[in-house]
Write a protein that binds this ligand. Structure first.
Ligand SMILES: *Cc1c(COP(=O)(O)O)cnc(C)c1O
Ligand SMILES: [Zn+2]
Length: 411
């Protein structure tokens, strides 16, 4: 779909393709990408043999990735895993888990980074930069490698070891920042301005939403061109939930689905400024100092908070706040109930559903989707902590094995 410029969420201004780049030049608000209707149809999409996010290329304002772009061509196409047993226990009609842990780098961020790297190619840029809590940087490093660009990634020095290793493997210039994600964000914006690198930052670059909205296209198509009643989304900066909203809103405008899903944002108690604004009925987001083990949703000064608030309010959705203990328990219960291993931020969405359903906030006639945004392999120490002690080793004898099995049968 040809790129037509931008629309500001703050003041409503329309900007031409060359009149803006990151935020609104008028009011500083977040920009949506505008594109020209390509006239494509659901049937045309269904005929595509491409299972990746590029299946929806006619609905995207960036050039698609092809075989020459390696792993970038395989981003998307994650399964919508049915969880009927868990649905019964939670008292909802039907339940699915959108498993974004199966992405090339193990998180939903691949969708955004792939779109930004294709945008960089369209404008002839060969150097990209981003601040990241980890996953966005990993995704950008991988997609930049696949697309032949140089990448500079600024992450808080406290990022989980697996994410730092992934960054190194993809050969990006990795800069550990002594400070928070919010500090790294500020530094990356200044560096981008000063040095002219294209900045991918979440909540700054409008093309992250272009990529992430494809998760909604997939959910809708996987449900037979239908929106579920409710979607649980973990929220840090707020960009994913904005993109989920955008994807469904575009399908509704095309007449491909007949209603919006209710969006439920889930924040960690130690990083919940958007949820608090929602619960207070406020139109302003009060920044906080973050303190949560769910590093991917630790954003004290959310870069896309106002749009996230609006997305939730417009769909008559809600915000749920969960504790770190809830999140640890959710890592284990998601594994037990659905055989999916999630990192803490992704498990937070599951914790949010558990909390909302036990508080009677989800109807027993509802179809529910939980967005599982990243794999548990991203943060193994968190899972180990959630499980408690490691099992101790046994002698290699049948007798010792019997003792273990007896103990499991009669705990
Ligand atoms: C980035 C991320 C989130 C939160 O997305 P925002 O756009 O910051 O709200 C949630 N889960 C995972 C695994 C992430 O990487
Ligand atoms: Zn504006």
């Amino acid at each position: 779909m040809p790129f037509a410029g931008y629309e500001c969420d703050g003041c409503g201004a329309i900007h031409g393709p060359d009149e803006a780049e990151y935020r609104c030049p008028g009011c500083g608000g977040n920009l949506f990408v505008r594109s020209i209707d390509s006239g494509t149809t659901r049937e045309a999409i269904e005929r595509s043999a491409d299972r990746s996010m590029w299946r929806y290329a006619p609905l995207l304002a960036v050039p698609p990735a092809g075989p020459e772009h390696g792993v970038m061509a395989s981003v998307g196409g994650t399964p919508l895993v049915p969880a009927h047993g868990a649905a019964r226990r939670l008292g909802v009609k039907r339940l699915w888990l959108k498993d974004e842990g199966r992405m090339p780098t193990g998180s939903l961020k691949d969708r955004a980074s792939a779109a930004v790297v294709r945008r960089a190619a369209a404008i002839g840029v060969d150097r990209v930069i981003t601040a990241s809590t980890g996953n966005a940087g990993v995704a950008l490093a991988a997609m930049a490698r696949a697309g032949g660009l140089d990448a500079v990634i600024l992450v808080p020095a406290s990022a989980p070891a697996a994410k730092l290793a992934q960054l190194g493997i993809f050969d990006a210039t990795v800069v550990l920042v002594r400070g928070s994600y919010d500090d790294a964000f500020e530094l990356s914006v200044a560096a981008s301005r000063e040095l002219g690198w294209y900045c991918r930052n979440t909540g700054l670059n409008p093309f992250t939403v272009e990529g992430k909205k494809t998760v909604s296209f997939e959910i809708a198509e996987q449900l037979g061109w239908r929106a579920p009643d409710r979607i649980f989304v973990p929220v840090g900066d707020g960009n994913i939930i904005v993109a989920v909203h955008r994807g469904f809103a575009e399908l509704l405008a095309l007449g491909w689905i007949d209603r919006m899903p209710r969006l439920v944002g889930v924040q960690a108690a130690g990083s919940s400024p958007i949820a608090r604004a929602f619960l207070d009925g406020a139109d302003h987001i009060e920044p906080v100092i973050t303190d949560t083990l769910a590093d991917s949703i630790a954003a004290g000064h959310p870069a896309d908070g106002l749009r996230a608030l609006r997305a939730v309010r417009e769909t008559a959705g809600a915000f749920v706040i969960v504790s770190d203990e809830d999140i640890l328990r959710a890592i284990v219960s998601l594994g037990r109930e659905a055989a999916i291993f999630a990192e803490p931020a992704a498990a937070a969405a599951w914790a949010g559903l558990c909390a909302a359903s036990s508080a009677g906030q989800v109807g027993d006639d509802e179809d529910v989707v939980v967005l599982v945004t990243g794999t548990g392999l991203k943060d193994v120490p968190a899972a180990t902590r959630a499980l408690g002690a490691h099992p101790s080793p046994i002698e290699p004898t049948l007798e010792a094995l019997r003792t273990v099995l007896d103990r499991r049968a009669n705990p």
